[in-house]
Ligand binder design. Sequence first.
Ligand code: AMP
Ligand code: DBH
Length: 568
Amino acid sequence: MRSPIAEVPTWPEDVRARYRALGYWTEESFADFVADRTARFAGHTAVVGVDAHGRPQRWTYADLAEQADRAAARLADAGVEPGDRVVLTLPNVVEFVAVVLGLFRMGALPVFGLPSHREVELTQFCTIADAAALVVVGEADGCDHVALHAAVAERLRGQGVEPPALVDVREWAQSREVRDQRPAAGGRAAEDVAFLQLSGGTTGVSKLIPRTSADYLYSVRASAEICGLDEACVMLVVLPAAHNFPMSSPGILGVLHTGGTVVLARDPSPRTAFALIEAERVTTVALVPPLAQAWLSAARRRTPDLSSLRTVQVGGARLSDSVATQIGPVLGARLQQVFGMAEGLVNYTRDDDPDEIVTTTQGRPISPDDEIRIVDADDREVPPGEEGRLLTRGPYTIRGYYRADGPNRDSFTADGFYRTGDLVRQLPSGHLVVTGRDKDQINRGGEKVATEEIEGLALTHPGVLDAVAVGLPDPYLGERICLVVRPQPGRAGDDDLAAQIPGHLRAAGLAAYKIPDQVVTLDTFPATHVGKNSRRELRRLLTGQLTGQLTGQLTGRLPGQPPVPTTT
Ligand code: AMP
Ligand code: DBH
């Protein structure tokens, strides 16, 4: 027996009543959503992609309903009950959609992990969520996820936490047993928490984001409308499907809401994507800035047939204005910038925005009831048009993380605004320009990494006295991760130390995208006036060094070159 889902901080009752009265929140739960859309669009193509064995699949909405029911039955066999939390680490295979919808049907809650997560992250998710099962695809992208489950289970047992059951979807496709039994509907209400999304985080421990059917489906419906989705839309999903962006902005759920087709790309390379666009007549796709750049250069070399493509969404990290202006001419599709967060608020540039706005801003909020405050360090509003910290609250922005009283005090104001940690300025039209960040996080090409998490693990290396992770400007990734370590006395000038750190972090079970791109050793750290390590000064020093201006303060070296995203 798992613990019941925890109480979460929520909207005050008068605010809830208002969101209902305005029609933002309806009585539709995710279980209703699945039943309704799969019946309404039964004969349409819902999902195209490959399964866990790499075999091509093409499911209608009726097939999808059946697959979701089967997934639910399998999960129930593994011991999952309504209200349980289930961590997913599936890559972009068709089973991902079946499992998510199956969990919704049975009233269990997906926790949206990524295939790139390892022992560190998965142990945290399972602990916080008290997960009943971990759903994996056996071997994926060079990782044995069954062995990973065993390693996570061992860590959890060591902490006195009951490990989750292992559910390997690769076994489903092999088994000849057919279940035709419908799972009992789980009976979660529209305003109950429906799933847990992940936050990029700013602390050493992951934060889980509780989203309800009512708040999330509002954002999905409104996003689908803003983006003009209809039954004819064909959306290519190249980003990890579990990310909030391809899930809901308008994403997979937006497409299923309107009866369109989701095409899952097993890998994000332009080669795979361009072939799918041509074959499936894809109309829309969501990218992060590094992928947008990779697509631009590949499209220039190969002149693929992208004639069906109407919209290219780019979000997750700041798109440079200069790359933004190339999207339309080179890909032959309209750019849409998307600035969102799994905690809630999503901004879009609109179809009828002038080109200038589309290429230089990150959009404006979905809802007239998204409240935006742009403040200084003392939470006082800055004059209109000036840069400040973005605070927000509204009908689909959470009021607190799941089981995280400490972080909630830091991340939310007393009156319920979420502190996004983003620096923005707002144009008179309402559009936001993201100008920077004020949180201990590195945004590595759209993947967010809490600096504290890397630093904490680096400190477990016996040769490390102190460690600071900084994001350095990178032409592809926007930012790359540089870890600066201060050696223990006696290891000063030890070149090997820097070289050992990435392997140490990998062995500790940290996700690959959080492993530093560079490690530098430095005998003394610059300090702030209160004696703390100065991240800002370090960043300045390192940026200086990389452009060749530094004057011998660094004793270390920069192993390895910045990685280049897959471009073939
Ligand atoms: P998370 O809270 O982990 O879902 O990450 C959301 C964060 O990603 C935002 O708070 C921003 O820092 C960043 N982000 C998302 N979209 C954009 C964008 N279009 N431009 C700049 N930053 C973005
Ligand atoms: O980066 C994000 O988290 C993000 C970006 C675009 C997001 O959550 C979203 C749209 O919904």
